[in-house]
Design a protein around this ligand. Structure first.
Ligand code: ZN
Length: 153
């Protein structure tokens, strides 16, 4: 493992990378999207079950990727559950800033979640890795703002 990775692979990332939460393909998901990061080869599919009030009742993912992309997807699916699509939009914007800006402006709306996500924002120093950390967020964003999947039954 090179120094760049060693620095990034903190314990939390390793844990989520090895034992990803919500690693499944729920049959009752009504939104899904496929995310691909060609820079690294990460390829994950994100599933969401969103109710009529715009509340995300369930989120999950499958696919494969590097430890950072899998850990990020694992954390993301945990964090978005119980939030509305609007809240997730704002949280994604904040997380994206944390991964890309030197001195991001962070509202305290989601301080608990932001604390958890800080472990991933170290990618800011490694531009090639930013896409790994944000892939799951881009993908759920595309999913919940895409077309709803209607049952064929
Ligand atoms: Zn990656």
């Amino acid at each position: 493992m090179d120094d760049e990775l060693r620095e990034l692979y903190q314990e939390v990332i390793l844990d989520h990378g090895k034992n990803p939460r919500n690693f499944r393909a729920p049959e009752d998901a009504n939104y899904e999207s496929l995310g691909h990061n060609p820079l690294c080869g990460d390829r994950i599919k994100v599933f969401a079950k969103v109710n009529a009030d715009g509340l995300i009742e369930d989120a999950a993912f499958d696919g494969r990727g590097c430890a950072i992309s899998v850990a990020s997807a694992s954390m993301m699916t945990d964090i978005v559950k119980g939030k509305t699509v609007d809240q997730v939009d704002r949280l994604f914007a904040t997380f994206h800033d944390m991964c890309t800006l030197e001195d991001p402006e962070i509202s305290d709306e989601f301080s608990d979640d932001i604390d958890k996500l800080k472990v991933l924002s170290g990618v800011r120093q490694f531009p090639m890795r930013v896409k790994c950390a944000t892939l799951a967020w881009h993908t759920i964003n595309a999913a919940v703002h895409g077309e709803e999947i209607t049952s064929t039954e």
